[in-house]
Design a protein around this ligand. Structure first.
Ligand SMILES: Cc1cc2nc3c(=O)[nH]c(=O)nc-3n(C[C@H](O)[C@H](O)[C@H](O)COP(=O)(O)OP(=O)(O)OC[C@H]3O[C@@H](n4cnc5c(N)ncnc54)[C@H](O)[C@@H]3O)c2cc1C
Length: 473
């Protein structure tokens, strides 16, 4: 199956302050656009002063996915000079293709006690939620061992509150953000419906449901009649489920990212299309950043480069076991399925979300190289699950259906890395959000802004430190 890019996206119109690494450039407030050494800039005309008590700093954010873009925006709101760098602003990064679910109650790590018992069955089933590309099996083995070590009851008991701290504020923060962008329809507080084909299947996830309950997540068991009333399009074989009233969804993740990048420019930030190749601490506490568009010297670097972040962290001596978990989606533009909220086929681990461009069904975990081509088999599995979930689905053809693959940045304990690097607060990490990056990005951005300002973040960031993996990562 061919991966089709469904939209045309006009950069110049969208980003009046963008500097492209191929030499084209437009006005770029706050930073020198000329390749070569740069110094801390004077405030650009019209640029807001630093927030009260916070010294104005020059910041370079690597990665314009949802985590980097929201971090850039927060830093700008504090009055800092910000350059947001991405190797390709038009690429369909993970933040554009996700399932759009703002999963405020997802305190359950991927590695739960006893999960390993299901893994062999998943791997044998060609339509199962997990697959490992044969050439990658040896490479992923040490990571899987760490994953198992993080799946014990005592580790899970420590991981869940750390997930909760990042997830719980997400609904309020997205509501606030959508209003501020003047795009209130981009975010909707809809709740979420998870469905199973039997009580036995629901019981398999009982540990996760108990964990949610212990963290005060609102939920309500539902049976067939409730499912029918909530979402009539769901097939009759889905007889059991759980309704989570306090979850939300983004109706167009790519549209949201586009609006946020525009907001970065409007707030005086610079967008620079270039690949960041090197990070070098300077004697004066600054950072020299080598890019394909020349070097920059800044006071703070934020590494938010998704599944590529570990390469930059390694340059500073932080060894982080980041692995890509390749996920897929199918968008049915003319699905004939009317949903009010995200529906999760819990056994297949697929999300179906009603989005502006159509019905998006997303999921599956595939371990493989970052640059390996998409596997058509994974897309076919998603198609099959979509038809099982919605018997009335119009699957359409290549003209009305688009497919996508992206790499989730994943750490073995399901927690991101957020916090200072070995080089101190001049390099701040914000990556590894795995399956929950859309949900966790707003709170992560707040923490990043606090660290740049030298303030204590509102949440305890110890669980997210890079050093938790030790020297052997
Ligand atoms: C199928 C699927 C469904 C998902 N569903 C959900 C969901 O419903 N809810 C949820 O909360 N999360 C979901 N996620 C997870 C979420 O999408 C990710 O966690 C999140 O998008 C990660 O964002 P990011 O900004 O860290 O990385 P990315 O979006 O990958 O962005 C990183 C950016 O960094 C750039 N970059 C990398 N290296 C460099 C460099 N050296 N120089 C310059 N630029 C660089 C890349 O070009 C890229 O644009 C899903 C993921 C997948 C795959």
């Amino acid at each position: 199956m061919v991966i089709r890019i469904p939209f045309a996206w006009s950069r110049p119109a969208a980003y009046p302050g963008c500097v492209y690494g191929d030499g084209r450039m437009q006005d770029s407030p706050g930073f020198s656009a000329v390749p070569g050494p740069s110094v801390a800039p004077a405030p650009a005309p019209g640029h807001p002063p630093a927030a009260a008590g916070i010294p104005r700093a020059t910041c370079l954010v690597v990665g314009a996915g949802i985590v980097g873009t929201l971090s850039a925006l927060r830093l700008l709101q504090q009055g800092h000079a910000v350059c947001l760098v991405d190797s390709d602003f038009e690429a369909l990064c993970c933040s554009t293709g996700n399932a759009g679910s703002v999963s405020a109650g997802s305190v359950v790590p991927l590695g739960m006690p006893g999960l390993w018992k299901q893994v062999p069955r998943w791997l044998i089933d060609p339509d199962g939620p997990l697959s490992i590309r044969p050439e990658y099996a040896g490479r992923i083995a040490p990571w899987l061992l760490r994953f198992l070590q993080a799946s014990t009851p005592d580790r899970v008991a420590r991981i869940a509150p750390a997930l909760h701290a990042l997830n719980a504020p997400s609904i309020a923060l997205y509501r606030e953000l959508a209003d501020a962008l003047g795009a209130s329809t981009l975010f909707q507080a809809t709740g979420q419906l998870q469905v199973y084909t039997s009580e036995q299947a629901r019981q398999k996830d009982a540990g996760g449901w108990r964990l949610r309950q212990a963290h005060g997540v609102a939920m309500q068991p539902v049976e067939r009649a409730d499912i029918q009333a909530l979402e009539p399009a769901v097939g009759a074989q889905y007889t059991h489920g759980m309704f989570l009233p306090d979850e939300g969804m983004v109706t167009d993740p790519r549209g949201l990212l586009q609006r946020l990048r525009q907001a970065v420019v409007q707030a005086g930030g610079e967008l620079l299309q270039a690949r960041v190749q090197g990070l070098q601490p300077q004697a004066d506490q600054g950072m020299r950043v080598e890019t394909t568009h020349g070097p920059r010297t800044v006071q703070h670097v934020v590494v938010a480069a998704g599944a590529w972040s570990h390469r930059l962290a390694a340059q500073l001596g932080d060894r982080v076991p980041l692995q890509p978990q390749r996920g897929y989606h199918v968008v049915f533009e003319d699905s004939g399925v009317a949903l009010k909220r995200p529906v999760v086929a819990a056994e297949a681990k697929c999300f179906a979300t009603p989005m502006d461009m159509g019905l998006r069904v997303a999921g599956t975990v595939e371990f493989g190289r970052l640059d390996a081509p998409p596997s058509p088999r994974r897309t076919q599995a998603l198609l099959k699950h979509s038809q099982a979930l919605f018997p009335g689905l119009r699957v359409g053809d290549a003209a009305t259906r688009s497919t996508w693959m992206g790499c989730r940045p994943c750490l073995p304990d399901s927690l991101p890395v957020i916090g200072p690097s070995k080089a101190g607060a001049r390099v701040i990490y914000a990556f590894g959000h795995g399956h929950l990056g859309l949900t966790q990005a707003p709170m992560t951005a707040r923490v990043v802004a606090d660290l740049v300002a030298g303030r204590s973040p509102a949440i305890d960031i110890q669980p997210y430190r890079a050093a938790r993996f030790g020297a052997g990562a």
